[in-house]
Design a protein around this ligand. Structure first.
Ligand code: 5GP
Length: 190
């Protein structure tokens, strides 16, 4: 998606070897026009897949999910992150190692909001090692719902997550795949 790639090149900041900061348009300050275009593009790629619900993870996935849901006209459910042991027994949970913090968190979705009748599109801002996506897929599996696929704004193609999850047969659609990045610039896969 050219408009997203252009924004990444113009405004993204590469931190160290493996962190891309997109705070000025995607996950701190939000460029609503860009988010709308992202939503439209996910709709184009998944509109034939019978989506009944969009699932994401707090906090950075929520804006992307909400804008995409305007096209699908379905509800958004976001998994909450919790460090508490006191999780409602009827909730679906999974453990995720946070990319940014390196610590393990429980992610939780109430069983009120996902059921076996749902076909779920999972959305997130980044795909790196695939831990967040694994956790969200585990939650969908526990609910008995069907996974239609995963839509990712920015995939870090040099991390193994995308390849590993596609090999499981999951439809993963990434709008910008970064092949390499360093202080000299960012190279996209295609
Ligand atoms: P994974 O679980 O696939 O390793 O990483 C995906 C999650 O970590 C996403 O939910 C995203 O919020 C965060 N993440 C991974 N890489 C980056 C990055 O380069 N920049 C930012 N801002 N977040 C990232």
């Amino acid at each position: 998606m050219d408009v997203l790639k252009k924004m990444i090149v113009e405004k993204g900041i590469v931190k160290g070897k493996d962190v891309l900061k997109v705070d000025s348009f995607l996950n701190h300050q939000l460029d609503v026009d860009l988010l709308d275009k992202i939503g439209e593009e996910f709709y184009r790629r998944f509109k034939e897949d019978g989506i009944t619900k969009i699932l994401t993870i707090e906090a950075s996935g929520i804006a992307i999910a909400v804008m995409t849901a305007r096209y699908f006209k379905v509800p958004v459910v976001f998994a909450k992150k919790s460090r508490s042991k006191n999780v409602d027994a009827s909730a679906y949970t999974a453990k995720v190692i946070s990319f940014t913090r390196g610590t393990e968190v429980d992610i939780i979705v109430s069983d009120k909001y996902l059921s076996k009748d749902d076909t779920v599109l999972i959305l997130d801002d980044f795909l790196a090692k695939g831990n967040a996506l694994d956790g969200l897929m585990e939650i969908v599996e526990k609910s008995g719902a069907k996974i239609a696929g995963a839509g990712i704004a920015i995939e870090k193609g040099f991390d193994e997550g995308g390849k590993r999850i596609r090999q499981k047969g999951v439809k993963v659609e990434s709008l910008a795949i970064v092949k390499s990045m360093d202080e000299n610039g960012i190279v996209f896969a295609e």
